[in-house]
Design a binder for this molecule. Structure first.
Ligand code: ZN
Length: 502
């Protein structure tokens, strides 16, 4: 135990990215650098960008008289699998600050990050920390709702919290809960242990919305569990549906005070609610892209069209040309969309504004979701491409289109840009100098999250069942490593990934 008189010391870190296995490419250091990487003493409470979990946890720890030992802030937007060397560098900054003087650890992790060598880097990070810390030092983790909880995570963490909302708007609540429980554990007032229940199921994300049943009922069950004596925190994780790893699947976790059997029993109770209602998670309303565009054009404007297959917040590249192709016959309509295509962006930036040009847009192979399509349009702008997200999940964080151009095809406006960006709010359009309120149709790139981000401009939307790395048609994806049996691909004999422990 730590000596009397000195303040307890808690190491804090954010290492956050959501990976999509089916997205081409690798996320390197640049992906994390866009939000600013802060290491050691450079990480200060007053320098944290946005309203994030780490800030809320930090405040609870400080309020409890605990000395915060800053290790790392590294947050990347969702994207492809992370380059392993980048992860080693970043994780190393956390692990090398963990030693036997540390009395607790708070981590803000996504839970569905992958590297090109590890299926579960978050579990590996916790394992390495355990190797450096004194025994039984509490480790609190706040996860995204879409975490993929492995046994390594459940066994390594002492406290697990997660967002209870989707779209995710309760980041502060999640961080605060982790910080409060960690402060109590460090003071010896509680002895937190984590129980997990892992289901043999997955589902597309369009029914993860906590505003509607069945997810509303499951989240209510987490609230109810937390009111039971001995239960400290309860979460339900519907997983990131596009991670092709042996641990893919839904899970519930419960943190209980010294009673792992209670934690596991409560976790199983919450998880079973999801299993029993699983058919409802396949009933999302989606339309073929032509039909979705017709619905959106009927208005009233502006109307949001969610391009589900190219959800950059699920790790896709933002390079889809599916909506562009559908829009071309309607060039008299004010349709706003974006395409990640660095080469086309560079070519358009080499042309003077006002130039009429014929150019292929789309960086992918013929037949792919990002296949090139030949268009004729006018180069209208060369934006520098910086903007700030307004979505509650990423508010205050910088977005970066990179070198970009606005191409006018009749009344259609295509933002052709270099780096993938989130399209869960309309700020990328504003960053390109376009006014989303003036559009008839605004492309979003997500399944659900866009509803919170686009709401200030329009609450009218339709989801297009487009192909791509984040398609809702999970069976169409080239799975190699997912577990089997896994509902809805197979019919498992039991709901559970493994026999209950104990
Ligand atoms: Zn999420």
């Amino acid at each position: 135990m730590s000596g009397r008189g000195r303040p307890r010391r808690v190491l804090v870190a954010t290492l956050f990215q959501e990976s999509g296995s089916f997205a081409p490419g690798r996320a390197g250091r640049r992906a994390f650098a866009s939000a600013g990487i802060l290491v050691g003493e450079a990480l200060r409470r007053d320098r944290l960008p946005g309203t994030r979990e780490l800030a809320a946890a930090w405040d609870r720890l400080t309020a409890a008289g605990i000395e915060v030992v800053p290790a790392l802030f590294a947050w990347a937007p969702p994207g492809p699998v992370v380059e392993h060397a980048t992860w080693e560098d970043l994780a190393g900054e956390i692990v090398r600050r963990a030693d036997r003087t540390i009395d607790g650890v708070y981590l803000q992790l996504h839970g569905s990050m992958l590297t090109d060598r590890l299926d579960d880097p978050d579990g590996e990070l916790i394992r390495r920390l355990r190797g450096a810390l004194r025994e039984r030092v509490p480790v609190a983790v706040s996860f995204d709702h879409h975490a993929t909880i492995t046994r390594a995570i459940a066994e390594g963490a002492s406290i697990v919290t997660a967002y209870r909302t989707c779209p995710h708007v309760d980041l502060e609540r999640t961080g605060r809960q982790a910080g409060e429980l960690l402060a109590a554990a460090v003071a010896g007032r509680i002895d937190p242990v984590v129980g997990v229940a892992r289901l043999a199921m997955t589902a597309p994300p369009d029914r993860h919305d906590n505003a509607f049943p069945p997810f509303a009922e499951i989240m209510d069950a987490c609230d109810a569990a937390e009111r039971r004596p001995g239960v400290l925190a309860a979460t339900m994780h519907p997983s990131q549906p596009w991670v092709d790893v042996p641990d893919l699947g839904w899970s519930a976790t419960v943190t209980a005070d010294g009673d792992r059997a209670l934690a596991e029993a409560e976790a199983r109770r919450i998880a079973l609610l999801a299993w029993e209602r699983r058919a409802a998670f396949l009933s999302g309303e989606r339309h073929p892209v032509e039909e979705a565009l017709e619905i959106a054009l009927r208005g009233p404007a502006p109307f949001v069209l969610a391009d589900a297959g190219d959800a950059t917040n699920g790790g896709s590249t933002g390079g889809s040309t599916v909506l562009l192709r559908a829009a071309l016959p309607r060039r008299d309509r004010r349709i706003l969309l974006t395409v990640t295509d660095p080469e086309a962006a560079a070519r358009l930036r080499s042309l003077p504004l006002g130039t009429m040009t014929r150019i292929p847009i789309g960086a992918g192979a013929p037949g792919a979701f990002d296949a090139p399509v030949e268009v004729e349009g006018v180069v209208l702008a060369h934006p520098d491409g910086g903007f700030t997200y307004s979505h509650p999940f990423s508010r205050g964080l910088p977005g970066e289109l990179g070198p970009a151009a606005v191409l006018g095809i009749g009344a259609i406006r295509v933002v052709v840009h270099t780096h993938p960006v989130g399209l869960i709010d309309p700020e990328a359009y504003r960053g390109a100098g376009l006014d989303p309120a003036e559009a008839e149709v605004l492309q979003a790139k997500s399944h659900i999250s866009y509803r919170a981000g686009f709401a200030p401009v329009s609450e009218r939307s339709v989801v297009a069942a487009t192909p791509g790395p984040t398609t809702a048609d999970l069976a169409s994806l080239p799975w190699r490593r997912r577990p089997r049996p896994l509902w809805p691909f197979e019919e498992p004999a039991t709901p559970w990934r493994e026999a209950p422990a104990g």
